[in-house]
Ligand binder design. Structure first.
Ligand code: EPZ
Length: 418
């Protein structure tokens, strides 16, 4: 099991290039199941979750050519419209094939995701949304089995609560449904917009992606297309936070600055300087101790829950007491115990973590528990006095492309041990 060995205390300097967004690449790959023609996607990040999704598409019968970040999917015949347990258990986002498989083949059998470290994460909202489009769904033996022998029919889908992959799942089903579908209380994440852009290039008729109400006019079939995935705003945000907490001067390039507005406002309030460098780069500078600044995670365009752990790592050294409130997942504070072992002073009360800034963190042996918690431990290691060893870094490899190489290139003392 790989580990990272990190020696803290060196400021970072230079430029970091951002990869394509994992959370946009995953639905985009699933969308390729909607047509028998080839779809080519560029800027697919070579991370573990993507490899899992590629395995899953091949399991259904699609054929894929992978050339670095360029992936072509040919879903001419889908012999096995199913997502087996052994793949779904490693990646919850496998449920993204549910909508496309039902829409394309009239049936789907998808293992229900187990819970995961950050919460129960059921897919009940995905299921009820697809039922609104006429899918008949039953659950047995740990699987969701959906059928739509006469095809799906457009309808009104109103989500009880905002769900990113739930919105994406039903959007991919609606594009081949008969008639109009209106999706209410839809997720507004940039990754939803990116998926709609791809689907429209494939011949879909979608309006309103990126707003709370998405309208879809169903079409009979979709055709092939080429599409480049948007930059990963969570990776970019992670490195902006790294630059601020290590008191560095760092340029984050090939990103979409406006996707990071909520974080940039907070970094500035905390005392870091963040400036635009052209249209696709942000520069972060900090030279003194940051000020405690509260955050509450919310659906986009609010503060991203996927940046909460990383931001908390930064607040452990800030001047004063900050309140970190997590409203999206019920158990996304696992990183607090490990940060505590490095000297952080954090108290968790329900959905709120109270972080009292300390003068320094000390390096320690820590264990990663989930993707973003492991990123927060790496960031803490960059500023802690002495050596930090982060174990189980396979969590971080799920969503970050060679993070240790990107950080080492700007001066961090970090190396991977297999
Ligand atoms: C997406 O997960 C992201 N994953 C997550 O990123 C991200 O944390 C999350 O959105 C919130 O922004 C991908 O896009 C692949 P949700 P998703 O459905 O869609 C509850 C990462 O680090 N819910 O928006 O699974 C759910 O339990 C990952 O890259 C139901 O109750 O999240 C959660 O509390 C982690 N029933 C809330 O809604 C459902 O049917 C929001 O979840 C669906 C969700």
């Amino acid at each position: 099991m790989d580990k990272f060995r990190i020696h803290g205390g060196t400021p970072l300097e230079g430029r970091i290039a951002i990869s394509g967004a994992k959370n946009s690449a995953l639905p985009a790959l699933a969308a390729c199941l909607l047509t028998e023609e080839p779809v080519t996607l560029d800027r697919i990040p070579p991370v573990r979750d993507i490899r899992t999704m590629i395995q899953l598409l091949e399991h259904t019968g699609a054929r894929l050519d992978v050339d670095g970040e360029l992936v072509t999917v040919r879903a001419e015949r889908l012999e096995r419209p199913e997502a087996p347990y052994d793949l779904v258990k490693t990646m919850r986002a496998s449920s993204l094939v549910l909508g496309p498989l039902v829409a394309r083949t009239g049936k789907a059998r998808v293992s229900m995701p187990g819970g995961c470290a950050i919460g129960a994460r059921p897919i009940n909202l995905h299921v009820s949304a697809l039922e609104q489009l006429g899918a008949e769904i039953r659950q047995s033996h740990g699987y969701v089995e959906a059928t739509a022998p006469q095809g799906l029919k457009g309808g009104l889908v109103q989500f009880d609560r905002i769900t990113v992959t739930g919105t994406e799942d039903v959007l991919m089903a609606a594009v081949l449904a008969q008639g109009e579908t209106v999706i209410g209380n839809a997720a507004r994440e940039p990754e939803v917009q990116d998926l709609a852009d791809l689907l429209n290039k494939m011949g879909a008729r979608i309006e309103g992606a990126g707003t709370s109400t998405i309208r879809v006019q169903g079409v009979d079939r979709l055709h092939g297309a080429e599409h480049t995935i948007i930059a990963d705003r969570i990776e970019a945000g992670t490195f902006l936070i790294a630059g601020a907490m290590t008191r560095s001067d760092l340029v984050i390039e090939n990103c979409v600055p406006e996707h990071l507005d909520a974080l940039v406002v907070k970094l500035r309030q905390a005392g870091a300087e963040v400036s635009l460098e052209g249209s696709s780069a942000l520069r972060v500078r900090a030279s003194s101790r940051l000020r405690a600044t509260d955050i509450t995670t919310e659906e986009y365009p609010g503060f991203a829950t996927d940046l909460q752990a990383q931001y908390m790592a930064m607040m452990t050294l800030a001047e004063g007491i900050s309140f970190v409130t997590e409203t999206i997942f019920e158990n996304r504070f696992m990183h607090t115990q490990e940060l505590g072992r490095m000297g952080a002073n954090i108290r968790v009360e329900g959905r709120q973590a109270i972080v009292a800034g300390v003068a320094e963190l000390t390096g320690a042996q820590v264990i990663a528990s989930d993707l973003r918690a492991s990123a927060s431990l790496v960031l803490a290691g960059l500023v802690a006095r002495g050596e930090t060893v982060v174990d189980r870094v396979y969590h971080i490899d799920r969503g970050y492309e060679r993070i240790e190489e990107k950080l080492a290139r700007v001066g961090a003392r970090i190396e991977r041990e297999s």
